[in-house]
Design a protein around this ligand. Structure first.
Ligand SMILES: Cc1cc2nc3c(=O)[nH]c(=O)nc-3n(C[C@H](O)[C@H](O)[C@H](O)COP(=O)(O)OP(=O)(O)OC[C@H]3O[C@@H](n4cnc5c(N)ncnc54)[C@H](O)[C@@H]3O)c2cc1C
Length: 244
């Protein structure tokens, strides 16, 4: 693959990305937050069905500001009203909104000769809705494969296959989180309160958050991938994946 064809692929990626961003009721949840003045040192979470039937609200410190937001796992539920409701309760102005759909299911990550990372591949973790760490994590994995192509250590088709396999190796964790995302909001409030008390035990917190961190561990950014032997180049290299 030449530098130019990699560039072609990136341009194609943007087009497909935009197409994939069209919200589909089955794959995306809703999330919106606003910025308000504030000087906090703690993160607050609201799990209240009066506020949002299937989801949660938050107030998170962000420098000299606070972000107050609501996420709904139910794509049919709009979240602007609950954000205004929560801001009102906290005596905060509801100003400067940012929000989006967020995907909660993995989608093919290597498709039509394109590498997808982040929200376009459904890498936003279900239940928590954390998508920045995972976007970097999968982006690094895709970048390593592309680098091996540029350095003639593998061809483009192999890079796509390896990246697709890496993505697929996370299916179990994402599937489990999705099942929890469906189960937890369906629990009767008393049972949920009890469950939250039980999982508040420090040992359980350490184990579950340790597992969660491991799914896209930050140390992956520094890890040196095993060197692959260079691909023996025939007189004219075969292109195994064409840009769509
Ligand atoms: C309200 C809210 C709060 C969140 N809070 C957190 C949080 O606290 N922690 C966390 O980890 N995650 C959070 N997330 C999720 C996180 O923001 C996303 O999962 C993450 O940003 C995905 O990264 P990305 O690069 O895939 O997409 P994005 O960050 O959305 O980047 C895609 C970029 O592509 C651009 N683009 C789109 N179409 C085109 C086109 N046709 N041509 C050119 N450019 C285009 C967009 O303008 C955008 O800049 C939150 C999401 C929302 C909506």
């Amino acid at each position: 693959m030449t530098q130019e064809s990699i560039l072609d692929q990136r341009i194609v990626m943007r087009g497909l990305f935009a197409e994939r961003c069209v919200p589909t009721i089955y794959l995306n949840d809703r999330r919106l937050e606003n910025f308000t003045a504030g000087d906090l040192d703690a993160l607050d979470i609201w799990v209240e069905r009066d506020l949002v039937r299937r989801g949660y609200g938050w107030r998170v410190p962000a420098g000299t500001e606070a972000r107050i937001g609501v996420g709904s796992y139910d794509p049919a539920q709009h979240v602007k009203e609950p954000v205004q409701d929560l801001a009102g309760r906290l005596d905060a102005d509801a100003v400067r909104y940012q929000g989006n759909w967020f995907p909660h299911r993995l989608r093919p990550a290597a498709d039509a000769g394109v590498f997808f990372v982040g929200d376009s591949a459904g890498h936003c973790f279900p239940l928590s809705g954390e998508g920045i760490r995972t976007a970097f994590y999968f982006g690094i994995a895709a970048g390593r494969e592309i680098r091996a192509v540029v350095e003639h250590r593998q061809d483009a088709g192999r890079a796509l296959e390896r990246y697709a396999a890496f993505h697929a190796s996370h299916r179990h964790a994402f599937g489990l989180a999705l099942r929890l995302q469906r189960l937890i909001p369906a629990l009767p409030p008393r049972l949920l309160t009890l469950a939250l008390k039980v999982i508040g035990n420090q040992r359980i917190v350490d184990r579950s958050f340790g597992w969660y961190l491991d799914q896209a561990h930050p140390s992956f950014a520094a890890a040196q991938p095993r060197p692959r032997p260079a691909v023996v180049q025939p007189a004219r290299r075969r292109e195994t994946s064409a840009p769509a």
